[in-house]
Design a protein. Structure first.
Length: 272
C-alpha cells in the first residue's frame, strides 16, 4: 500500500489495479510502459496506487501500449468512472451490412475449400458450403443452424466444442491429441491477452471432456514440430489433411469486429 505526501495510506483504485495487472501480464516495467505510451513512469505509479485518476486519453494511451483488446479498454474506462468509447454492434445490425457482405465474400471466394468466421470464444458466426459439407460427413445430422453464408443465431455452435466432444468432429480427427493440444494453447494465449472470464469457463469445460489430460491445463511451451500443424481427418475411409490461416479485420473500432476472425483451410499435401 502506498503512502501519500501527507502520510495517509493510499489504496489502489479499481482502474489502478487493472492497469497494474495488464502491465504485469505484459511483463513491462513502469519505465518501459511509460516510454511506449509517452506517459511518465511517476504518473503510472500514481495511477496504480490510487494517487492519481488518469484521464481518458492517458488510459487509452496505456491500453494501446499494452495491446489491451477493445472490450477491456472499455472496462478500463468504466473502472475510472468514464463511459466506454468503443461500441459493440451486433453483426445482424443494419450498420454491419458491409461487414456481413465482406465476411460472406471471403467465405465464398475460398470455395471449394472450407472457411469459417468465429468470435473471441470460437463461436461460429458464419460458415461456407464446403465447411457445412465437411460436417455432414462427420454427423448424421450436422448443426441445423449452420446454414452456409448466413449469420448463426445465439447460442452459436462452438468450434472448440465440436473438436473436443467425442460425439463431434473429434471422432474423425486422426491426430486429435496434437490438434486439441494446439487449440488449447490458442485458448491460453487468448486468455493471456484478454483475461476474459467467459473464455476461462470455456477452457474449464474443454478440460472436462473425456480423454483430456490434466496437464493440458498448463500451456505447452515447446514449439510443435514442422512449419504447420495439419488436421488429419478420416472422411469415410479417405484421409484428408488440412492446415489453416486466420485473418482479422484491419484497425477495428468496434468490439465485435475486434473479436472477429476468419479461418480458411487449405490442403496440407501437394497435389500429385
Amino acid at each position: 500500500m502506498a503512502t501519500a505526501a501527507n502520510g495517509a495510506a493510499c489504496r489502489p483504485s479499481a482502474v489502478g489495479t487493472l492497469v497494474r495487472r495488464w502491465r504485469e501480464s505484459r511483463r513491462l516495467s513502469q519505465l518501459a510502459l511509460g516510454l511506449d505510451a509517452d506517459v511518465s513512469p511517476r504518473h503510472i505509479s500514481f495511477i496504480e496506487t490510487g494517487r492519481a485518476r488518469p484521464s481518458p486519453s492517458v488510459l487509452l494511451a496505456l491500453a494501446t501500449a499494452l495491446d489491451v483488446p477493445l472490450r477491456e479498454q472499455n472496462a478500463l474506462l468504466q473502472a475510472a468512472g468514464y463511459p466506454p468509447v468503443f461500441p459493440a454492434t451486433p453483426l445482424d445490425d443494419p450498420a454491419m451490412a458491409p461487414v456481413r457482405t465482406a465476411i460472406e465474400l471471403l467465405l465464398r471466394q475460398h470455395e471449394p475449400r472450407s472457411a469459417i468466421a468465429f468470435d473471441r470464444r470460437w463461436d461460429l458466426v458464419m460458415v461456407n458450403s464446403a465447411y457445412s459439407e465437411l460436417l455432414a460427413l462427420t454427423f448424421d445430422e450436422p448443426p441445423a443452424d449452420l446454414v452456409p453464408f448466413r449469420l448463426t443465431r445465439e447460442p452459436r455452435p462452438n468450434f472448440l466444442r465440436l473438436v473436443f466432444d467425442p460425439r463431434g468432429v473429434r471422432r474423425t480427427i486422426v491426430n486429435w491429441e496434437s490438434v486439441a493440444r494446439a487449440l488449447l494453447n490458442d485458448v491460453h494465449r487468448a486468455l493471456a491477452r484478454s483475461h476474459d472470464p467467459e473464455l476461462q469457463r470455456l477452457l474449464d469445460e474443454l478440460m472436462s471432456y473425456p480423454g483430456v489430460p490434466k496437464q493440458w491445463r498448463e500451456p505447452e511451451l515447446a514449439p510443435p514440430p514442422g512449419a504447420t500443424l495439419a488436421f488429419e481427418m478420416n472422411l469415410g475411409g479417405t484421409l484428408a489433411r488440412f492446415f489453416s490461416a486466420v485473418t482479422t479485420l484491419g484497425k477495428p473500432q468496434d468490439v465485435t469486429l475486434d473479436e472477429l476472425y476468419i479461418e480458411t483451410f487449405f490442403p496440407a499435401d501437394a497435389p500429385a
